[in-house]
Write a protein of this length. Sequence first.
Length: 399
Amino acid sequence: MIFAADFIQGCTPLPTALETLLLCYNLAVMQYKRIVIKLGTNLLTGGGNKLDMKIMSDLARQVAELHGLGHEIILVSSGAVAAGRQKLGIDNKMKDIPFKQVMASVGQNQLMHIYDELFAKYRITVAQALLTKSDLADRSQYLNARNTLLALIDLRVICIVNENDVVCIDELGELKFGDNDNLSAMVANLVDADLLILLSDVKGLYSANPQQDKKARLIPVVEKIDEKIEEMAGGAGSSRGTGGMATKIEAARLATSSGVPVIIAEGSEPNVIVKAADGKKVGTFFVARESKIESRQRWLLSGLCCMGKLTIDKGAATALRKQNTSLLPAGITGVEGNFNRGDVIDIHDSTGKRIGSGITNYSSDDLNKIKGVKSAGIADILGYEYGDEAVHRDNLVLV
């Protein structure tokens, strides 16, 4: 029979009494205990076409230092496609999706081998989790993934997460995260992280494109992600990666809405991971909402399971935001998508801004018939009713 203690001891040596004492002290004083760190392709390759072992070794050293202090770390790592190209000696000319899937298939094994060797030097065991958007869209699978990641954390194993590009074939992005920025935000959401760090080859969010505007300045703190912040992000990713600043802002919005602060920073800055974990000023810090929201609300807000969209008028939006009310059919002005009763839908205000998500009491066909109608008239129009609310406040979460 194998006992848990034996298994843990086989993974990572059990701490001495002094190490345990120091660990307890560090846990009491650390600002961020559970941290999700996203490592971008441009960072891991040093801007080249193959993985840079010197860079990866230094990143592993920093993660190992935090691990030794008692932090709980999950890595969301890009680089599988680059590793596949490197392994097979193929250049960057071929970029179609099937080819990238082949490169990811070859590269995932290579990437994990590198991480296994890097962390073995610190007596740290690593694991791999390949996720797809559809894995997390189902509530039970979402919880299974959460339970697995939390169990690995409890065992002091560092999990390396990536999207399962080999089976994700949706070019429209409906079944793909599409980039590891959004995947990392989802993982941070999934495990109730205290901090999400997005590391790439950029120092953070600038007021303008620093390559085009010499007056561009780094924005040290973002209190709220609004249209002005989104405009600053602009641009797209490079040829080596799939994410740009725009995707990082999108990821920051999801994480901060769930109560997780975010740092976007340059991965090549000396000791950047340790500094960020210690609360020091690096890159751009995105302030989270005041408190974390519970697991079910985070799942609703993630957008993974969204089947449609409702547009509501100004009065309904104000009622939701300021009075914590349910959404009534009278406030709905538009219905998009084909969804059933019990599906998750997004809610947008009259300007097109997403203000929340929820579980609908009525199908899209029903809502198209009763939108703009007072609740008392629902039964007359449909011949039945499932309540006065289109979305009950207990099944609704605001961004």
